[in-house]
Design a protein around this ligand. Structure first.
Ligand code: ATR
Length: 327
C-alpha cells in the first residue's frame, strides 16, 4: 500500500498501523509478553511501520512492551504515544486530565524512558483538558519539538474548534478519533476541519472495537466479564443484539469480495480519502495478516450504499460519557 503523509509533517506511514492497547489491558487479559513481542515482530515483517500506544495503557506497561519489541528496529518505524490522562498507580482508576506544561513535560520524559528511545515520532494529547487552554498545551508541545524530544504533534478526540486554535500555535500532524462504520459523528465537523487544515485523521477502533469483525456471538458469551467493552453503550444489554445484527450486512459484502468482514470495515475507512489512516488493534498474528490485506479491497457504489445504510442504524453512543470526546 502507498504510504500516506502524517499531516504536513515529514513523516509518512502505511495506511494501516497497529493499535497496541489490547496487548496490555481493556480488552480482556493482557497478552503474555513473548506472544505480544512475536506479534509486533510479525507486524514489522508484514510492513507495519506505525505503532500506536499511550502512557495510560497498562500504566506504562504498553510503552515498555513496545520499547522492548522494537529494540534495534527503531529507525524503521513511527512510534505514536499519548499523554494527559492521569491514573492512580495502585488502583488504575482515572484520576483526571492534565494538559499543563509541567505535566506533559514529565509525561514525555517517562514515555521516552519506557519506550527506550530518544525521540517520540508522534506525540498526542490523549484527551483535551478543560482546565488548560489548548494554546498553553501547544506551546509546551512546540518546545518539545524544538528540543528534539518529539517530531510531530497530535490531538486525540479534540473538537474542530480546538484543532483550529491548536493549529494557530503550531502545526498538528494528526487528530486521532474513533472512526468506523459504527462511529461517524466526527464527519460533522472534525473531519472537515482536518481536511481544511491539512491534518491526518488517525481512525482508532476502526473495527467497532471488534464488533464489525463478525466474531462476537449474539449472546455475548465470548467477552470476558472484566472486558472494558461490557461498559460501552454499543455492547450494553439493550443495544448489543441490534448492533450485532447489523454486522450481517458486512458479512454479506465480505462474502461477495471473498474477504473477511474486518477487511471490509477497514477498506471503508481507508476509502474515505488520503487524509485518513487506520490503527486496528489486534493481539493475533493471523488477524493482523488479514487486516493488512484490507487495502487491496475496492468497494463499489452498491457496497458503500449498503454500508452507509447500516451505519445509520447503530444503537447507543460510542462512549457512556460523550463529554470527554470531540472537546
Ligand atoms: P481498538 O482500536 O479499540 O483496539 P478495533 O481495532 O476496532 O478497536 O478492534 C479491536 C478488536 O478487534 C480486538 O478485540 C481484536 O481482537 P484480537 O486481539 O483477538 O485480534 C479484534 N480484531 C482485530 N482484527 C480482527 C480480525 N481480523 N478478526 C477478528 N477479530 C479481530
Amino acid at each position: 500500500m502507498q504510504k500516506r503523509p502524517l499531516g504536513k509533517s515529514t513523516l509518512s506511514v502505511n495506511p494501516i498501523g497497529l493499535g497496541c492497547m489490547g496487548f496490555s489491558e481493556f480488552y480482556g487479559a493482557p497478552s503474555p509478553q513473548d506472544e505480544a513481542i512475536a506479534t509486533i515482530h510479525a507486524a514489522l515483517d508484514l510492513g507495519v511501520d506505525h505503532f500506536d500506544t499511550a502512557e495510560m495503557y497498562g500504566m506504562g506497561a504498553n510503552e515498555k512492551l513496545l520499547g522492548k519489541a522494537l529494540k534495534g528496529k527503531r529507525e524503521t518505524v513511527v512510534i505514536a504515544t499519548k499523554f494527559g490522562i492521569g491514573r492512580d498507580p495502585k488502583t488504575g482508576a482515572v484520576t483526571g486530565l492534565d494538559g499543563s506544561r509541567a505535566a506533559l513535560i514529565r509525561s514525555c520524559e517517562k514515555s521516552l524512558k519506557a519506550l527506550d528511545t530518544d525521540v517520540i515520532d508522534l506525540y498526542y494529547q490523549h484527551r483535551m483538558d478543560p482546565a488548560t487552554p489548548i494554546e498553553e498545551t501547544m506551546e509546551a508541545l512546540a518546545e518539545l519539538v524544538q528540543a528534539g524530544k518529539i517530531k510531530a504533534i497530535g490531538l486525540s478526540e479534540c473538537s474542530a474548534d480546538t484543532l483550529r486554535r491548536a493549529c494557530a500555535i503550531h502545526p498538528v500532524a494528526a487528530v486521532q478519533s474513533e472512526y468506523s462504520l459504527f462511529s461517524r459523528d466526527i464527519e460533522q465537523s472534525v473531519i472537515p476541519a482536518c481536511i481544511e487544515l491539512g491534518v491526518t485523521l488517525t481512525a482508532y477502533s476502526p473495527l467497532g472495537r471488534g464488533m464489525l469483525t463478525g466474531r462476537y456471538s449474539a449472546d455475548k458469551k465470548d467477552l470476558e466479564a472484566t472486558d472494558y467493552r461490557q461498559t460501552n453503550p454499543r455492547f450494553s444489554a439493550e443495544n448489543y443484539a441490534a448492533n450485532i445484527a447489523l454486522v450481517d450486512e458486512v458479512k454479506a459484502i465480505a462474502k461477495r469480495h471473498n474477504a473477511h468482514p474486518a477487511q471490509i470495515a477497514l477498506a471503508w475507512v481507508l476509502a474515505q480519502g488520503p487524509h485518513v489512516i487506520a490503527i486496528p488493534g489486534t493481539t493475533k498474528i493471523s488477524n493482523l495478516r488479514s487486516n493488512m490485506q484490507a487495502g487491496d479491497i475496492v468497494l463499489d457504489e452498491a457496497d458503500k450504499k449498503a454500508l452507509l445504510a447500516l451505519s445509520e442504524k447503530v444503537k447507543g453512543d460510542r462512549y457512556a460519557d460523550m463529554r470527554a470526546v470531540n472537546r
